[in-house]
Design a protein around this ligand. Structure first.
Ligand code: GTP
Ligand code: MG
Length: 293
């Protein structure tokens, strides 16, 4: 019997949804960061087993009030993933396992629910976590509640086994070699954004969008040209840094990250451009793929 299911990974920002997806896939496919709202798109990652194929959608962390059109679009992608799902994988931070926000939301879906209390390695009070798990089981009427650590790889296989169990019987939807249906260009642009999250402070990571404009795959090297868009002239100055020092550091860190992913030498050229207030501009959001055409 072959099982194949669409799994929507949802939860609050910073719960560890993307880290959990990477742990499940055993590959650094999606970007992760201590800053909230790292994930902006619905991103598919595919786990292939002998008798199953699970198609995960990593989603942006749920926020109650959107300050920008970008955030509205991000929440749209969460809803879309929930609509398509066979199983919902709700990820909570085990240190603060609040779930009130999800009670109403989950009532709208009829599909089975698996809940992960992540960051088990940081949870100190075992008694209180067990009480929380009991109350989650009762509230959502599910037996599938697990304590896990995406970072340390603890209990990941148990979570996967539950997801397989709850998935429908169906042949594979994708080629069994496939790990994602995202383009390499998109994944590379995310890796550059990840380095921006690592290297820059305050509003900079939230104000940037990265777009790969050219990707030339050569025999021994991949040549990549990418543009980093910012909202204002002042942000461009920060990204470039004194004498171009900041963009140089960003280029080096990004190149290393991409090389580790494509297992090849990479030449990377970065350009910075201003696209005024792009986060509030519907046309720009469409252009960057946040809204459907
Ligand atoms: N200690 C510990 N840290 C974790 C664990 N899982 C994730 N983290 C950390 O938590 C932070 C947030 O992880 P992400 O995977 O980016 O969280 P997310 O839920 O995808 O966040 P958004 O995309 O912003 O919604 C990162 O710094 C991770 O390294 C875990 O099991 N233990
Ligand atoms: Mg994420």
């Amino acid at each position: 019997m072959f099982k194949s299911g669409f799994i929507a990974i949802v939860g609050l920002p910073n719960a560890g949804k993307s880290t959990l997806l990477n742990a499940i896939l055993k590959e650094d496919l999606v970007i992760t960061n201590p800053k909230a709202q790292t994930t902006r798109h619905r991103i598919k990652g595919i786990l292939n087993g002998e008798n199953h194929q699970l198609i995960f959608s990593d989603t942006p962390g749920i926020i109650e009030e959107s300050a920008y059109k970008l955030q509205e679009a991000m929440m749209g992608s969460v809803n879309e993933s929930l609509e398509d799902a066979d199983v919902v994988l709700l990820v909570l931070d085990g240190q603060y396992p609040k779930f009130d926000l999800f009670v109403e939301r989950m009532k709208k879906t009829t599909c089975p629910l698996v809940v992960v209390l992540n960051k088990a390695d940081l949870v100190e009070n075992q008694d209180s976590i067990e009480a929380h798990m009991e109350s989650i089981k009762n509230t959502f009427n599910t037996d599938h509640v697990f304590l896990a650590s995406a970072k340390e790889g603890f209990n990941i296989e148990t979570v996967v086994a539950s997801l397989v169990l709850l998935s429908p019987e169906h042949p594979a939807f994708y080629d069994k070699e496939t790990i994602s249906d995202e383009s390499v260009r998109f994944l590379v642009s995310e890796m550059i954004r990840e380095q921006i999250l690592n290297l820059f402070k305050k509003e900079i990571p939230y104000s940037v969008e990265v777009s790969v404009t050219n990707y030339n795959e050569k025999e021994t090297i991949d040549e990549i040209y990418a543009t980093v868009f910012v909202e204002r002239e002042s942000q461009k100055g920060i990204l470039l840094g004194k004498g171009g020092s900041a963009i140089k550091a960003l280029g080096i860190a990004s190149r290393k990250r991409i090389e580790a992913f494509v297992h090849k030498k990479v030449f990377l050229s970065l350009t910075v451009k201003v696209k005024k207030d792009w986060r509030s501009d519907e046309q720009q959001l469409r252009y960057f793929g946040y809204l459907k055409k």
